[in-house]
Design a protein around this ligand. Structure first.
Ligand code: FES
Length: 108
């Protein structure tokens, strides 16, 4: 497990400790692999974390995030490769922009 994947797994576990439903949009190459490795190591994520597998975080749209919250999720997160290490070159940079957009939208 790489550093990025272990960090993603820790974030998901921490977010779910308070028994909140967290929808985690995970890149197949990194965060989803971390969750899979965690389960294989017999330390599965809490059931309150719902994973959504994406080929890359660049595929997440603001509508995905807002819909998850509107449908009852207590929180959403997007987890993927480190910046500069996206397998599709710049997908995670696009995801950062989209998450920032949704944060501004929710704050307004
Ligand atoms: Fe992981 Fe793009 S492939 S964020």
């Amino acid at each position: 497990m790489t550093t990025a994947t272990s960090v993603a797994a820790k974030h998901m576990a921490t977010a779910a400790k308070a028994d909140r439903t967290i929808v985690a949009f995970c890149c197949r190459e990194c965060a989803y692999a971390a969750a899979d490795a965690s389960a294989n190591a017999r330390t599965p994520l809490p059931p309150s974390v719902r994973l959504v597998l994406l080929p890359c975080t660049g595929r997440v749209s603001p509508l995905h995030l807002v819909t998850a919250l509107a449908e009852g999720a207590d929180g959403v997160m997007v987890a993927g490769c480190l910046l500069g290490q996206c397998h599709y070159r710049e997908g995670n940079f696009n995801a950062v922009d989209r998450v920032a957009f949704v944060q501004r939208l929710l704050e307004s």
